[in-house]
Design a protein around this ligand. Structure first.
Ligand code: GRF
Length: 217
């Protein structure tokens, strides 16, 4: 099996990117991250990539009048690296259906909620506002409908009475750094696949998201 090529898209700090970089370096993911692309200049995630010797590119969406024009330029840039997998790691842009279509079954995203709950933004504050007892994160395949693609793996965290959106986000992020490398590792080992809107692990259709065990550190 050939070593897979991954392109990671970011918009900010890149802590999920760092977890993927570490997992590749440790051999837990049989792949190499061949490029990191940011839609925002000078974000910390780019520094993390450069420190790991990974090529970085910035494609500032502010330089494009139309969303479709940005997506076309982004697709051309991504394809120039010939990736097997595109990973969205804190990439805060809504992508057009045309763009998403081109990467069906080979583009993953991490979302800071237990999908289908709290699609979109401000997930931690919304969970607090609803007095949710349990919250978490989800890794899913990307489809044209926002945060609606087949969910592969989730991690749950308790919501504490004294939580703020920041303290809850920090607890969820720790779990994100566990589940994202796991799902990317499955994909790169050709154990995870996607067909007709569903995810398959080792040939078994996932009828519900897999869950990271509570006591998994
Ligand atoms: C994460 O919580 C991720 O789920 C969300 O954006 C945040 C980005 O974090 N999409 P980082 O940039 O990976 O640190």
């Amino acid at each position: 099996m050939s070593t897979k090529r991954i392109v990671v898209l970011i918009s900010g700090s890149g802590s999920n990117l760092q977890a993927l970089i570490n997992a590749c370096a440790q051999g837990d993911i049989q792949a190499s991250i061949v490029a990191v692309i940011s839609n925002r200049p000078r974000v910390y995630g780019l520094e993390r990539a450069q420190a790991a010797g990974i090529e970085t590119q910035t494609l500032d969406h502010k330089n494009f009048a139309e969303r479709a024009a940005f997506d076309q330029a982004l697709k051309a840039l991504i394809d120039s690296f010939q990736p097997d997998l595109v990973v969205l790691a804190g990439f805060m842009r809504i992508l057009t259906a045309e763009f998403v279509q081109a990467y069906t079954g080979r583009m993953l995203n991490i979302h800071p909620s237990l999908l289908p709950a709290y699609k979109g933004v401000h997930t931690h504050q919304r969970a607090l506002d609803d007095q949710a007892q349990i919250h978490g994160a989800s890794v899913h395949f990307v489809t044209a409908e926002l945060d609606a693609g087949a969910v592969v793996l989730q991690a749950e965290v308790p919501v504490l009475a004294e939580d703020t959106a920041e303290t809850l986000a920090a607890r969820v992020l720790v779990k994100e750094h566990r589940i994202y490398p796991q799902v990317v590792a499955w994909f790169c080992a050709e154990r995870l696949s996607y067909q007709d809107g569903a995810a398959y692990l080792d040939g078994q259709r996932l009828l519900a998201p897999l869950k990271l065990k509570h006591n998994a550190v």
